[in-house]
Design a protein around this ligand. Structure first.
Ligand code: CUA
Length: 343
């Protein structure tokens, strides 16, 4: 009875674990490494399942043998005097060498070989003249450069579908880690070093990524999105991003631009084409209105959240570098209108 009672918490823990795993698989909004959408992530997912399979098989063999030993002990014939036999001889010796040396060596060699093969395949790219995207990690956002096309953006990366892209990763401050689970494994962004990662999406779509290395207070709010598009659509985006910012089209937008230039926004942010806006501490805002989120995935990019972000950025994302900007209602309205015009 006592042992039965002891088993109940274990049983509950097991059921909770299964429910948790099922939840991981069935939530479509959470990016899962087990739902690969690119060749890199597919290889990693296959390796994961192989490791789970081999680990599960080994576990069952060990638990089976343990069960057999316990069963045999319990059902020992009464005439057995209980004297321990010498297990290091005869059948016992074979079992120890086979199960304790040969079997684990074989399993570990299979794992070692397949892992090395996967690692080398992930980096084995023969693509000549690839599209290069530089990603620079900051506390807590992503600076994105397209060096061949001479523009930069932030937190949102567009790529063409079905083409391997070369990502070059580095950091402006501490160690971060670039991870888009559905497309590839993690790779660190290190200060004063450049790591290369090849990434490809097989289907068009939005793929959410995150920082996978603890990097300070807002590590959890350091998200990014990769938008994979058909070639034509991607080229349109690329063309638009290279253009300087749109000119203010009405008096309200003009007033908003003046607010941007007089209230200190331009100390940290660039808007290409606006002469005085030249700081590089914060994200480039040239085509800000096209982006999906604010503060690297902290909030959706809409008027309400943008107003909150400008007036009280620490309310949304405590600890971030952007200072609160006190504005009158009129100034704020003009600034919001101008920011929303930056398509
Ligand atoms: Cu950057 Cu965690």
């Amino acid at each position: 009875m006592k042992t039965r009672l002891k088993r109940i918490p274990l049983g509950i823990a097991f059921i909770l674990l299964v429910l948790l795993l099922v939840a991981c698989i069935e939530t479509p909004s959470t990016p899962s490494a087990l739902d690969p959408q690119g060749p890199g992530a597919s290889r990693i997912a296959s390796l994961t399942w192989l490791l789970v399979g081999l680990g599960g098989f080994t576990y069952l063999v060990v638990v089976g043998l343990l069960g057999l030993a316990l069963w045999r002990k319990r059902h020992r014939p009464p005439d057995d005097d209980g004297v321990q036999r010498d297990w290091l001889r005869g059948r016992g010796q074979k079992l120890v060498i086979g199960g304790g040396v040969v079997f684990p060596t074989l399993i570990l060699f299979i794992i070692y070989g397949v892992t090395l093969n996967t690692l080398s395949a992930l980096n084995n790219q023969t693509q000549t003249d690839p599209l290069i995207i530089e990603v620079i990690g900051h506390q807590w956002w992503w600076e994105i450069h397209y060096p061949q096309h001479e523009f930069q953006t932030a937190n949102e990366i567009h790529i063409p579908v079905g083409v391997p892209i070369q990502f070059q990763l580095t950091s402006a401050d501490v160690v971060h880690s670039f991870w888009v689970p559905e497309l590839h494994g993690k790779l660190d962004l290190l200060p004063e070093r450049r790591n290369t990662l090849w990434l490809e999406a097989t289907e068009a779509g939005e793929y959410w990524g995150l920082c996978a290395e603890f990097c300070g207070l807002q590590h959890a709010r350091m998200l990014l999105v990769i938008v994979a598009e058909p070639e034509v659509q991607f080229n349109t985006w690329l063309e638009a991003q290279q253009q300087p910012a749109i000119e203010p089209a009405n008096p309200l937008d003009e007033q908003g631009q003046a607010v941007f230039l007089t209230k200190g926004c331009d100390d940290c942010h660039v808007i290409r084409g606006v002469a005085a806006a030249g700081g590089d501490l914060g994200p480039d805002l040239t085509h800000f209105a096209d982006r999906l989120t604010l503060g690297a995935g902290t909030a959706p990019n809409n008027r309400g959240h943008l107003a909150g972000w400008v007036v009280d950025p620490h309310g949304l994302k405590p600890g971030n570098l952007m200072p609160a900007t006190p504005l009158t209602g009129e100034e704020l309205e003009a600034l919001l209108a101008y920011m929303e015009s930056l398509r």
